[in-house]
Design a protein around this ligand. Structure first.
Ligand SMILES: Nc1ncnc2c1ncn2[C@@H]1O[C@H](COP(=O)(O)OP(=O)(O)OP(=O)(O)O)[C@@H](O)[C@H]1O
Length: 257
């Protein structure tokens, strides 16, 4: 199933936020969205996920959903957004509550995603007992429970320390390995973008317009290797050169706001 952003523009009252943004996320593809602060990345994600109606243009899904899909698009948030009073298994089961699945089917889905995210031993634990990295694993497991075509991820690792981020990136690469799951990955972190994405959409300063779409050619599973990391660092620097001046302007604007 493909997700298509078609000429998306958006304004909040007089504030023009996005201008004519178009790109396609093909089935199984990871597209990162990067750009200066306030350029409209989260707004674009909300529009893609149907939470917000754009002022112009549209977000479309094309093609058949994956087998067993209950919701083709599902969000993963920076702050994990877990239910504090519910256990790990209950959090993961939450999006399945109002579906047609039987209790046995729900249990099977929960068992499967807990196993895929390394959480099987933590099913009865509550979020406050978990580290930030484990909480985000629960956020990811909950998103996977609806067997989505595409994850919509808004800075999913930015609340985590660098070692935990590295480990979760490795986990995420494994989850993507069979090529059935796609993602739109909003991030400030260019290292995450080059490690995880097939393509990187670089937005301009607000109103966000597409400045460039960059392909990341190396296979995702080899991007943690020393030799590939060196190439990725070059790409990361190229992206930073593209964004730097506008990032400084955006930063100054925020300070003056
Ligand atoms: N609901 C809203 N009403 C009014 N203005 C909004 C609303 N949501 C976002 N904005 C404004 O729209 C602009 C784009 O915000 P958005 O959060 O999409 O940018 P972003 O690129 O994700 O930012 P950051 O990189 O800082 O996370 C900002 O100026 C923000 O203040």
């Amino acid at each position: 199933m493909d997700l298509i952003a078609q000429g998306i523009s958006h304004r909040f009252d007089r504030l023009e936020v996005l201008d004519d943004v178009s790109f396609t996320v093909a089935a199984g593809e990871v597209v990162a969205i990067v750009g200066p602060s306030g350029c409209g990345k989260s707004t674009l994600l909300s529009i893609l996920g149907g939470l917000l109606q754009p002022s112009a243009g549209q977000a479309l899904l094309r093609g058949a959903p994956p087998p067993g899909c209950l919701n083709p698009l599902t969000f993963v948030f920076q702050d994990f957004a877990l239910l504090p009073w519910a256990s790990v298994a209950e959090n993961v089961a939450f999006p399945l509550l109002h579906t047609s699945l039987s209790v046995a089917q729900r249990t099977a889905v929960v068992d499967d995603v807990l196993q895929r995210t390394g959480l099987s031993d933590f099913r009865a634990v509550y979020p406050k007992q978990l580290s930030g990295g484990m909480r985000q694993r629960v956020g990811l497991a909950r998103a996977l429970a609806v067997r989505p075509a595409i994850l919509l991820m808004d800075e999913p690792l930015s609340a985590l320390d660098s070692q935990t981020r590295e480990l979760l990136m490795e986990d995420f690469v494994d989850l993507l390995a069979d090529g059935t799951l796609g993602a739109v990955y909003v991030t400030h972190n260019l290292e995450e973008a080059v490690r995880l994405a097939d393509r990187i959409v670089v937005l301009s300063r607000r109103p966000g317009r597409i400045r460039k779409i960059v392909n990341v050619a190396s296979p995702r599973h080899s991007r943690g290797d020393a030799a590939t990391r060196a190439q990725l660092l070059e790409l990361q620097n190229e992206l930073w050169v593209l964004i730097r001046d506008e990032a400084i302007d955006a930063e100054r604007e925020v300070q003056h706001a």
